[in-house]
Design a protein around this ligand. Structure first.
Ligand code: SF4
Length: 157
């Protein structure tokens, strides 16, 4: 039985691609072997080597440094997804502030959670449940990101 409590990755994928969200939720997990994902994981594991404190909120691992959450992303090109993922983690953790580190761009961004964000996320959560409850994935729609996606061969191969 698959969980219907969305993970923070599922929030990000909702904003990137609904097809990817469906595959990821249904454990069609090419993600672990894909080069981009491996690189991201290595960076994530080494970035806060000395001071990282990962805690679980439900099933969701969250990096906490004091009162701040920290999220590490490759670049700002997926900014909207990164923002909403971090805001979701603020929502479930009750923390006030999150810092997103874009390691390739060498930039950081500090965010908070507004009432509008909360409303948007609540809507997104309902839609995510509807998408992942479908029997089949939503039809893929080609976008710039697809070439970097681990599901490219399934969608367009
Ligand atoms: S290849 Fe493109 S359409 Fe297919 S899952 Fe990835 S992002 Fe979505």
């Amino acid at each position: 039985m698959l969980s219907l409590q969305p993970t923070s990755e599922e929030i990000a994928y909702y904003y990137i691609c609904h097809t990817k969200l469906w595959y990821y939720h249904h454990r069609i997990c090419l993600e672990h072997s894909h080069e981009n994902v491996k690189t991201g994981k290595t960076i994530h594991e080494s970035s806060f080597k000395r001071k990282q404190h990962e805690v679980m909120i439900g099933d969701i691992p969250v990096d906490m440094l004091g009162e701040e959450l920290h999220e590490i992303k490759k670049r700002k090109s997926m900014r909207r997804a990164a923002l909403m993922q971090a805001k979701y983690m603020l929502m479930i953790s009750g923390k006030q502030k999150a810092v997103i580190h874009y390691y390739q761009d060498k930039k950081t961004e500090t965010i908070t959670l507004t009432r509008e964000d909360r409303k948007e996320l609540e809507e997104a959560l309902k839609k995510i449940v509807r998408i992942v409850s479908r029997e089949n994935p939503p039809a893929p729609r080609k976008k710039n990101y697809c070439r970097n996606c681990s599901y490219y061969e399934i969608c367009f191969g």
